[in-house]
Design a protein around this ligand. Structure first.
Ligand SMILES: Cc1ncc(COP(=O)(O)O)c(C=O)c1O
Length: 402
């Protein structure tokens, strides 16, 4: 993977005709270190948010050793990348073959939210005695940008029965929940912990692990979340008070990977305040298209300056489908035109991970951006530095290579 000092250098050097995914190793490291130093327990990286092996290696290099996996594919690729890491299969509905594969590859942690899933896990692991079983509890819809309350989670009575049943067969029993992705309310975690406390009391069983899931937010235009510390305080206070001796886990995806990536797109056509760009809803911008999500944007014109105040634009993606539309508004200089590029930020999570090949538009051109690195980006020769893909950012900065 080539390394550049910034997105402008990528454009000057490559003049890319396809979307270019940028990985920011230093951001990934900062995010991981922040979580690991503040969260009072185990930090699992939610692989679904960005399964790119380079991203995962940077996070591993920063100290992440525990991964939340959701499919057989995530189990096998994560296991092959990190043979000694701990993998936890936190998807509450798994295929039988995925359970069997995971168990064979050393996975012992499984989430469930129904009696039939519990039976599947027991059967496919040959009634193993070394299972750690997590009952996923349903939560009411909260103040999260992405509600995850509708699909998974056992409701009160079922959760109580499942806890008792899991206790009979598991080595360790856990509880897990998800407050919704991009959760804007730290108190949502405390409320969820109170809720599960009541269930544990009704079940009358000992619970060993409390997994507070993901949902930790990052900032987007128009969606500035409360400070990170408030989330940590809410969890720590509630857990200390209600589950004083429990082991705590969390499963961040967005908060670890989000700021660690961007995509550079090219403007193919301008029609008024709508730009036709070469990535879209079927590519890295699924959330922008499907949920009207806004991202930070910055125009790049390598040979001259852009002019004019920032104005609101919307995007059409490259496919022939009209839903390939991103309303925005994305604030860009008034004179942005065909042939300019735009860096779209905060796309390290649920960006590249969501790309499809629909209509023949697919690019996995990827570069690393390491701003701290002195760098000569002359277009002829030596303009991009090859590094070992998984070199942690600190080593890149120190390596002194040009
Ligand atoms: C079970 C589970 N854990 C963790 C995550 C990561 O959530 P986030 O990216 O909001 O932190 C998700 C996302 O859908 C999830 O379903």
């Amino acid at each position: 993977m080539a390394v550049f000092a910034d997105a402008d250098a990528v454009v000057r050097t490559l003049r890319p005709d396809v979307p270019v995914t940028c990985i920011y190793p230093e951001k990934l490291r900062e995010n991981a270190e922040r979580f690991l130093s503040v969260f009072p327990g185990q930090v699992l990286y939610a692989v679904k948010s960005n399964p790119d092996p380079r991203v995962m290696r940077y996070l591993y290099g920063a100290g992440i050793r525990h991964f939340d996996v959701a499919s057989a594919e995530e189990v096998t690729t994560t296991r092959s990348l990190f043979p000694k890491a701990r993998l936890s299969f936190m998807h509450p509905v798994k295929s039988r073959s995925a359970i069997a594969t995971a168990y064979r590859l050393g996975v012992r942690d499984y989430a469930l939210d129904s009696a039939s899933e519990l039976l599947k896990i027991v059967e496919e692991t040959g009634s193993a005695r070394d299972l750690n079983l997590f009952v996923r509890v349903a939560l009411p819809k909260g103040n999260a940008a992405y509600d995850l309350s509708g699909k998974f989670g056992a409701h009160e009575e079922d959760a109580v029965t499942l806890l008792q049943a899991a206790r009979r067969v598991a080595a360790r029993v856990g509880l897990c929940f998800h407050v919704g992705s991009q959760c804007m309310e730290p108190a949502a975690y405390a409320t969820a912990i109170e809720r599960v406390r009541a269930l544990v009391d009704r079940a009358g069983v000992v619970v060993d692990i409390l997994d507070v899931g993901g949902g930790f937010p990052v900032s987007y235009p128009g969606l500035e979340p409360p400070a990170f510390g408030l989330y940590m305080d809410a969890i720590q206070n509630a857990a200390q008070h209600l589950f004083p001796a429990i082991e705590l886990w969390c499963e961040p995806g967005r908060a670890l990977a989000g700021s660690g990536g961007s995509v550079i797109v090219k403007v193919e056509l301008r029609r008024g305040h709508t730009l036709y760009i070469n990535d879209g809803t079927y590519g890295s911008l699924f959330d922008a298209g499907s949920f009207g999500w806004r991202y930070p944007v910055r125009a790049i014109r390598p040979d001259s300056a852009l002019a004019g105040a920032l104005e609101p634009f919307s995007f059409f993606g490259p496919t022939c489908d009209t839903v390939d539309y991103m309303k925005g508004p994305f604030m860009l200089p008034a004179d942005i035109a065909e042939g300019d590029w735009i860096e779209i930020g905060q796309l390290g999570a649920y960006g590249a991970a969501m790309r499809t090949r629909f209509n023949g538009f697919y690019s996995d051109e990827t570069v690393a951006i390491v701003p701290s690195r002195a760098y000569d980006d002359t277009p002829t020769g030596g303009d991009a530095i090859s590094i070992t893909d998984h070199l942690p950012a600190r080593q890149i900065a120190r390596s002194g290579r040009k």
